[in-house]
Design a binder for this molecule. Sequence first.
Ligand SMILES: [Zn+2]
Ligand SMILES: [Zn+2]
Length: 166
Amino acid sequence: MNFEEIEIKAIVRMREMGLDAARWKFRWIRSCRRFGQCRFPWVDLTGTLRQLGHIELSRPLCEVNSWEETLDTINHEIAHALAGPEGRLHNDKWLAMCKVTGCRPQACGYDKVPVPARYQAKCECCGIVHQRYKKPDPKMQYNCKKCGPTFGKVKFLDMQLMPQFS
Ligand SMILES: [Zn+2]
Ligand SMILES: [Zn+2]
């Protein structure tokens, strides 16, 4: 599933669960550690909406995780939104909302560490091992984003064929 499809599905899910478009938006983040995050709308003392609420999803983690994990994260963050700021700490309020959205009642989406992907590529420049779930396109030259196309050319290997990485 590509990012556009994920975004559309996330927004549909937000609206289904009653997060209204006037106050809640979807946003991509680039975090590699936090799969998702819920940022509450900010209403000042006069009742004026000063800042929209956001359900955020990590692009890098959506790339390496299955749709089931991504959906669970979306539902996890929506449960935070429904529980309100007091449900921020994965307390009873939040647990009750997990039943409504259908996510695993587990804290937390933040520490869903990516399971090792089938396709991996080590950057010889910085040593980072890049991971992919989807089969790499054999005609495409992949680069380490940090090191760029000159020093960071990487080649994805199928870990089911080569389970060792030195
Ligand atoms: Zn959480
Ligand atoms: Zn690199």
